[in-house]
Structures are given as structure tokens and as C-alpha cells.
Write a protein that binds this ligand. Structure first.
Ligand SMILES: [Zn+2]
Length: 259
């Protein structure tokens, strides 16, 4: 089921999808169409030839430079293609060739696009978060061990908890703390991962955020007002939940004596 050939094929598939995710990351926040026109060089605007548009290989062959103008092409393109391939292979090894695999490929793709857009622009386009939320609800009808009720409860908790935190933060500090985009993102995560996934994601994401954010805060010497985009951390938390959530939650329950 998860032999060498499926692994290679799923990796190649992931790399091709990663190449498309790069297009979405570049174009969605700039309000450009993701279908047309074909990719062009970010420096000189020349269209990229088909033979120069092979994921990973073209980047390595051209040493990360545009064939026309020699302008540097961000290593992020290569990293995202490779990362998507690796993540898809991890999902294959966990879920085998199943409907769950296809669903989580879609979910992880959304998380990757959201994370990189949020990192660069500190926004999360609604088409991804709200669109993903609706897709997660619809897809729940096709999942063997996760139903529409699980999805709805996840959305309510995900959207609700963060909304409440943001509401009280604003009340106390008279300043917006958590963006509406994060709230919609956690709602989307709830639609795919349910209540348990939302709680796990929030804890893991906050922990990671603190781990990265606290040193940054000291470095910036600007007190606690420095806003770090929270989307990448929530996405990371959700990914860890898909990959290792069940055993981690079971181990924690055992540890706490819940059995
Ligand atoms: Zn160029």
C-alpha cells in the first residue's frame, strides 16, 4: 500500500501541487487570477517557458535565476514544492491510498498557502479560510470516521473560542489583538479536525508562537505590542494534529490518569 512506487508518485504529485501553491501564494494576495496568465518572472515579467517550469528541477538547473534577465528567484519556490512533496508522502504513509489521504492533501495545501500569505502580508484571504471551512463541512459527508456534526462542532468551537478571546482582549486593552483571519482559520481547522483538533491546534500553536515570539519580542525591544502572524503557528499545530494528534492525545490522557 505504501511501497516505493506509490511513495515516489505521491512525492512527484506533491511537488506539482506545491508548484501550483506557489502561484496561489503569489497571486491571491495581489488579487491576480490563479489560472491566467501563465507564470512569469517576478523581476522582468517575461513568461516562463514550459521547459523552465518543471518543479524543483528547473530551479536547480537554472541555479535559482531567470533565464531571460538573470534575476534571482526566491528559494521559497523550491522550499514550498519540496515541502508539499514531503508532507504528501507523510500523509500517504499514515492514511494509505484512501479518501482520507485526498482530504488531508487538500487541507494541508490550504494550510501551506495560508501560512505563507500570512507570513508575508499578515492577512488570510477569506477565499481560503471561509472557502476551506465550507469545503470541510461538505467533505465531512464523505469521511468514514468524521461526520457533519463533528465538523459543525469544530467550527463553532474554533470560531467561537478565538472570537471570545479577541473580544475580551479588545475590551481590556482597547486594541485589536487577534485578527479576524485567525478566527476564520481556526473555524476552518475545526471543520476538518473537530473539537479535539481545535483544542490541540490552539495549544500547540500558542506554544510554538510563544517559543518563537518571546525571543523576537526581546530582540525588538518594543514590549509586547509586536504582532506576529498567528496563522502559520495555527497551521503548524493543525498539521502536527493530523500527523500525530491521536497518539499524543491518548498519551496525555494516560499520563493524566484518564486512561
Ligand atoms: Zn526575468
Amino acid at each position: 500500500m505504501t511501497g516505493v512506487l506509490p511513495t515516489i508518485l505521491v512525492f512527484i504529485f506533491g511537488v506539482i501541487i506545491g508548484s501550483f501553491l506557489n502561484v496561489c501564494i503569489y497571486r491571491l494576495p495581489r488579487n491576480l487570477s490563479i489560472v491566467r496568465p501563465p507564470s512569469s518572472c517576478p523581476s522582468c515579467g517575461e513568461p516562463i517557458h514550459g521547459y523552465d517550469n518543471i518543479p524543483i528541477l528547473s530551479y536547480l538547473l537554472l541555479k535559482g535565476r531567470c533565464r531571460d534577465c538573470g534575476g534571482a528567484i526566491s528559494i521559497r519556490y523550491l522550499a514550498i514544492e519540496f515541502m508539499t512533496g514531503v508532507f504528501f508522502v507523510m500523509l500517504l504513509w499514515l492514511f494509505g491510498l484512501s479518501i482520507e489521504l485526498a482530504i488531508y492533501m487538500l487541507f494541508v495545501s490550504l494550510l501551506i498557502v495560508i501560512s505563507f500569505i500570512d507570513l508575508e502580508f499578515t492577512i488570510i484571504p477569506d477565499i481560503l479560510s471561509v472557502g476551506g471551512l465550507v469545503a470541510g463541512l461538505a467533505i465531512s459527508f464523505f469521511r468514514p470516521d468524521f461526520g457533519i456534526i463533528d465538523a459543525i462542532l469544530g467550527v463553532l468551537l474554533g470560531g467561537g473560542v478565538l472570537w471570545a478571546i479577541a473580544f475580551f482582549y479588545e475590551l481590556l486593552r482597547k486594541r485589536e489583538g487577534m485578527g479576524g483571519g485567525d478566527i476564520k482559520l481556526l473555524g476552518m481547522i475545526g471543520a476538518f479536525c473537530g473539537i479535539q483538533g481545535v483544542i490541540f491546534t490552539l495549544i500547540a500553536g500558542s506554544f510554538m508562537g510563544a517559543l518563537v515570539g518571546i525571543p523576537l519580542t526581546f530582540k525588538k525591544q518594543e514590549g509586547m505590542t509586536y504582532a506576529l502572524p498567528f496563522g502559520p503557528f495555527l497551521s503548524f499545530g493543525a498539521f502536527v494534529y493530523i500527523i500525530a494528534g491521536d497518539p499524543l492525545v491518548r498519551a496525555l490522557n494516560g499520563f493524566l490518569g484518564g486512561g
